[in-house]
Write a protein that binds this ligand. Structure first.
Ligand code: ADP
Ligand code: ZN
Length: 525
């Protein structure tokens, strides 16, 4: 396309990971980052929480010179400056809240040519001195947050915002304006006041990719599940994402045995082999690439008809980005994401054992929870997905849950039993032993610990092992319990479990996962 995806493949995506610690772009971000980096005038309308700050921070790092960020919210500017400084980006703010030392530090970094982002309150633009200063210091981009403040008819009108147009003319640099207010009149006013009526490149598109069919399934035999999914789509181009390199190789071999054209792709291959796969995939019809997340950056094949995840992705953003590689041509594309308790454990421990600071780890858990919530969703997946990105939607008619609504039942009693088993054993065991207690299995460990004396022993005979596993998995999905990585995955309750234990909150469980597990013979928990 016109905004070459290669631009972000080479520049933006590595920075996205290294500096900001994100796995992927959120909907819409990549296109905006590309356009702003390329120096286009941009007006982007994004819902609150959609991640607009990244859309000027990342281009600021990729462009020469200083990016001036105009924002009316001093506290927010200070937060952003602090967050950027923490990850090693030279940023500063000139606001009325500054101490003299802070202002001095900003000036010094400008003089040393180190400053990348300069946040300013609009009031500053009222002084001729500030305008003169901005002319001298090598500004190469103006970013305007809360751009609707320029609208005289809106609630948030800031007269000083009217000076931004003047600043743009004086500096003659590109301007990127951001707002969450989408109505037509406000947009027109922004274009008139900030861009002198010359239409900027506008990003208004919602996040939805309606042609992509969404589906999740619990993982019981992933190899068979993926082979079946591929068999039903023989001859179509598809991607299978796997959690490990070894799996990509094994699954590609399995697909070839089943008569598909398939190859694998992962970061452990040398660059030439990887390029070979990329080229084949771009040119050939009906090739399946079985890959780790290393595959995807810069892939611009429009007619990928399906994307499957043999393992649960890392976060809801990663999921959205990976399935988003399907159906770029607008024709129907299908997806299938497999998930099981092992995935949840693995992803949690990756977060806990990672080197990220505690704050970021908390956010990573929350993003994983959002994905698990989507996996265990009880109504339209697209509604659930879009709600996470701040967009309201009607039931879509193009997801597994719209195709076949799930049957839910009140699982409060079962969940309470499981929680009591955890409590009575002091949060020291994983689901295997807890299930032995619930179903009344006298194992060596049960005998050793005298857990057969507990009041919860054998209180869950109505279900078998597989069914209890499904209950525990859904409890993890609801974030009622989390495995403790320091105690071999012992399940611990979260705050969210308390209201359930106290009888203040009910929990709905999916009947299908419970009843499909019913007749299977005893399987190792
Ligand atoms: P707003 O659009 O409301 O200004 P922010 O830029 O503050 O939103 O971003 C909202 C939240 O989303 C922040 O916590 C930010 O860290 C997070 N976020 C932004 N982009 C991404 C991404 N690509 N992946 C994961 N989280 C992101
Ligand atoms: Zn739906």
């Amino acid at each position: 396309g016109a905004t070459s995806p290669a631009a972000s493949a080479t520049g933006a995506t590595p920075l996205l990971r290294e500096i900001f610690g994100f796995d992927g772009f959120r909907p819409g971000q990549e296109e905006i980052v590309d356009a702003v980096t390329a120096g286009e005038n941009v007006l982007a309308i994004m819902p609150t929480g959609g991640g607009k700050s990244l859309c000027f921070q990342l281009p600021a790092l990729l462009r020469e010179g200083i990016t001036v960020v105009i924002s009316p919210l001093i506290a927010l500017m200070r937060d952003q400056v602090r967050a950027l400084q923490e990850v090693g980006v030279t940023a500063g703010a000139l606001t009325s809240g500054n101490t003299d030392e802070e202002t001095e530090a900003v000036w010094q970094s400008i003089e040393e040519g180190r400053l990348k982002l300069l946040y300013m309150a609009p009031e500053r633009l009222a002084s001729g001195a500030a305008m003169g200063m901005l002319r001298r210091i090598g500004v190469s981009l103006i970013a305007v947050d809360e751009a609707h403040c320029v609208s005289q008819w809106g609630h948030d009108f800031r007269p000083d915002y009217l000076r931004i147009g003047e600043l743009r003319r004086a500096l003659d640099v590109p301007l990127a304006a951001f707002t969450a207010t989408a109505d037509q009149e406000t947009r027109e006013e922004i274009v008139e006041k900030l861009f002198d009526g010359e239409a900027p490149r506008s990003f208004l598109r919602g996040f939805d990719r309606p042609n992509i069919h969404l589906a999740f399934a619990t993982k019981d035999s992933p190899r068979r599940q993926i082979l079946e999914f591929a068999a039903a789509r023989k001859g179509q181009s598809g991607i299978v994402y796997c959690g490990t390199r070894a799996k990509t190789e094994a699954l590609a071999a399995g697909l070839r045995e089943a008569g598909h054209a398939a190859c694998y792709y992962h970061g452990g291959m040398d660059a030439e082999d990887r390029r070979g796969v990329e080229t084949r995939f771009a040119r050939e019809d009906g090739l399946i690439v079985v890959a780790t997340v290393a595959f995807g950056m810069g892939i611009d094949k429009p007619d990928i008809r399906w994307v499957a995840h043999a393992d649960l992705p890392k976060s809801i953003e990663a999921y959205y980005q990976e399935i988003g590689r399907g159906g770029r041509d607008g024709a129907p594309a299908e997806t299938l994401t497999l998930f099981g308790p092992e995935d949840i454990r693995l992803r949690r421990s990756q977060i806990d054992e990672g080197l990220a600071p505690a704050e970021r780890r908390g956010a990573d858990h929350a993003r994983l929870n959002a994905l698990l919530g989507l996996a265990e969703a009880l109504k339209c997946r697209r509604q659930t997905l879009l709600a996470y990105f701040g967009e309201a939607a009607e039931p879509c008619g193009n997801c597994d849950l719209c195709d076949q609504p799930v049957d839910v039942f009140d699982g409060t009693t079962a969940v309470r039993k499981a929680l009591s088993a955890i409590l009575r054993t002091n949060e020291t065991y994983g689901s295997g032993h807890l299930i032995d207690i619930l179903v009344g299995n006298i194992t060596d460990r049960v005998r050793d610990k005298r857990h057969d004396d507990l009041s919860v022993f054998a209180c869950g005979k109505e279900y078998g092992k597989r069914q209890w596993q499904a209950v525990f998995r859904q409890m993890m999905g609801h974030d009622l319990v989390r495995p403790d990585p320091e105690r071999h995955g012992a399940l611990r309750m979260t705050e969210a479990a308390l209201p359930v234990l106290r009888g203040e909150q009910d929990i709905a469980l999916r009947r299908d996962t419970i009843s499909s597990a019913k007749r299977s013979p005893a399987v190792k928990a």
